[in-house]
Write a protein that binds this ligand. Sequence first.
Ligand SMILES: NC(=O)c1ccc[n+]([C@@H]2O[C@H](COP(=O)([O-])OP(=O)(O)OC[C@H]3O[C@@H](n4cnc5c(N)ncnc54)[C@H](O)[C@@H]3O)[C@@H](O)[C@H]2O)c1
Length: 344
Amino acid sequence: MKPRFKQSKEIKVGVVGYGGAFNMGRAHLQDMQRAGMTPRAVAEPDAARLAVAAKDFPGIQTFSSVTEMLAGSDVNLIVLITPHNTHAPLALQCLRAGRHVVCEKPFAITTAECDAMIAAAKKSGVMLSTYHNRHWDGSILKALEVVKSGVIGDVVRVECHMGGWGKPGDWWRSSKSISGGILYDWGVHVLEYTLQLVGSEVTEVTGFAKRGFWAAQSKWGKDTIEDEGFAVVRFKSSAWATLCISQIDANMKRGMVEVTGTKGTFLWEYDTHEIIVRDGDLTRVTKGRNPPTQWEKYYDNIAAHLTKGVPLVITPEWARRPIHILDLADRSASEGRTLKAKYG
Ligand SMILES: NC(=O)c1ccc[n+]([C@@H]2O[C@H](COP(=O)([O-])OP(=O)(O)OC[C@H]3O[C@@H](n4cnc5c(N)ncnc54)[C@H](O)[C@@H]3O)[C@@H](O)[C@H]2O)c1
């Protein structure tokens, strides 16, 4: 794709979804404004949230649906900040209308959706990316620095574990059909970390799921997310990774991600880390704080891509990779067998 704009301010942004859970619509528009782009429109069915958007960005165009926004606004980049099951249909609608698209994570729920989105972007000759802001989390930046330094040796295994014990909330994230399942919300972030750390293709995935413990107490009933989701990922390099996200684990393991190498381990929580290496009979532990996040790099890259043709960091093919793992893990858990990975 050739650069489309001479200057970043010509990138007129429309946001779809201006929800109140984390005020993500405002965060995206502010960040894009900082990167030089122009906030132009918001589409949101909830009138109260649309009023918040109009107050946050005086003069911004407001619409109650993406269909109205596509018909009534000259936005040329659309950002989707909506529940997970809407990402693929909304992206396809915007891509087919010839608009560039940034989709919040997860890119989509199934591999087939990712493939359809990538094909639609190619057909329309527009950009497609996913907001993997955590690609620039301080923790993964530090982990990559430590792995590249060789201090923990060759990466053998990456274990990601999150959650604890507690009833799923009433929000849409606890609905399996809307969110994709327990592994999708945070799992996509930690898998994206893992793919950076291992740097090798996935060959197969085995998934496990415990269902039904919380369902009777949840507003979502049978559609409640799994109590626990678990995946084992095998890489071509012979490394492997595990992902566990649980709401029934009263004794969740220490550390959000643990990278085991031939000479040592790098273990991190969101803000802190430990480097544990063997020195003869001694075990040396170095503790530290993770460097600051650099999330601003995401939209700096989008603006530079659309104005100067700088390569995209988060390509749609890259965004497809963690979704492929999640999709295989879900199907594997249902079918009770290991599934082979396929790269497009
Ligand atoms: N990258 C991050 O750090 C990060 C952080 C939080 C949320 N997210 C992601 O952002 C997305 C939204 O999450 P949230 O917490 O903001 O949810 P939310 O429930 O607060 O907001 C979603 C909004 O989308 C609106 N909406 C639903 N369907 C729509 C449609 N068809 N057209 C237009 N608007 C529609 C809803 O009315 C709601 O206001 C999810 O994909 C989530 O995973 C990412």
